[in-house]
Design a protein. Structure first.
Length: 316
């Protein structure tokens, strides 16, 4: 009897041990599968792959992060290249006058300085067509080539621009300027931008209501040409206010054309050099028309800026 009891206990014990072994094997296999799955998600395969960590947080925390994110980080950057609203009203009548280097700081207010009907050499009705002498890579003004896509013209309309080569007041110099400026603007390609600032005793931007860049499309060119045709000579020679406008343009010009027929304060060259510095130094292409009295200063401005100097005798 005792032997049968012992055999029964041994049999039960063996069965329990077998069940225990099966359970432990199943647990080991399950753990192995879970480990392999996690490794497949968090590991890397091959070179160049990084580890990825999956973090799951509460929904409220995610909403807080999104609400705290600045909108500027998601908004695209857009350059303002809209053609400014162009005034259609007439301009005040001007008259020819004295011409001399102006005195004072030259930082007075910009006033209306576009005269009445100009020299009559530029019609306002005809289209501009494909005129000009640009190379397709930039602009050309008085035969001076400049590279880029944004060009600013600083042009003299002082009293002496009413003279010819002999000092006779027949408006020849101004007619030459209008012809060359119109031709240069007409030669710009449609993706380019431009602006014009006239100066005598102060500065007169071509659009007194805005200094935004004009896009070189047909409408912008035609509007600018009509304004150029109305310019009248008057006053002295003070280019510094025009350069203040030039250096405040946003974005800055790729090149500046600076044209004058007279002399002015040589200290302006130093003031320009103090502002026009750094990696974005703007080349200034200086042009004297008929009168060489300002040549030394113009050469210095050109050299300091990496631009060029050219004299036009005005015989044509």
């Amino acid at each position: 009897m005792l032997e049968r009891v012992v055999n029964t206990i041994a049999s039960v014990t063996s069965m329990g041990a077998l069940v225990s072994i099966v359970i432990h094997v199943a647990i080991s296999i399950t753990a192995l599968l879970v480990t392999v799955g996690v490794a497949g998600v968090g590991g890397s395969r091959g070179s160049g792959g990084g580890d990825f960590e999956l973090v799951i947080g509460p929904e409220g925390e995610l909403s807080g992060i999104l609400e705290a994110a600045p909108l500027d980080a998601l908004a695209p950057v857009v350059m303002d290249t809209t053609v400014p609203e162009l005034p259609s009203a007439g301009v005040e009548e001007g008259a020819g006058g004295w011409d001399a280097p102006a005195s004072g700081p030259g930082t007075g207010p910009i006033e209306s300085g576009l005269g009445g009907a100009g020299g009559g050499d530029i019609g306002s009705g005809a289209g501009l067509g494909a005129g000009g002498s640009g190379t397709g890579k930039g602009a050309s003004f008085f035969g001076v080539e400049a590279q880029g896509s944004r060009f600013l013209y600083i042009c003299d309309n002082s009293g002496s621009m009413n003279w010819d080569n002999d000092g006779v007041g027949n408006g020849k110099r101004l007619r030459i300027l209008k012809r060359e400026l119109t031709s240069s603007i007409a030669g710009l390609l449609e993706h380019m931008q431009f602006y014009v600032v006239f100066f005598n005793s102060t500065a007169f931007p071509i659009n007194p209501e805005s200094t935004k860049w004009l896009i070189a499309r047909e409408t912008g060119k035609r509007w600018a040409t009509d304004r150029v045709a109305k310019i009248e000579p008057f006053g002295g020679t003070e280019p510094w206010p025009a350069f203040e406008i030039a250096f405040a343009m946003k974005p800055p010009p790729d090149a500046i054309y600076f044209m004058t027929d007279g002399n002015f304060d040589p200290a302006i060259a130093m003031r320009i050099a103090q502002i026009n510095v750094g990696s974005r130094k703007i080349p200034i292409h200086c042009i004297t028309l008929v009168d060489r009295s300002g040549e030394e200063t113009m050469r210095k401005i050109a050299a300091d800026s990496g631009g060029t100097y050219t004299h036009v005798d005005g015989s044509k």
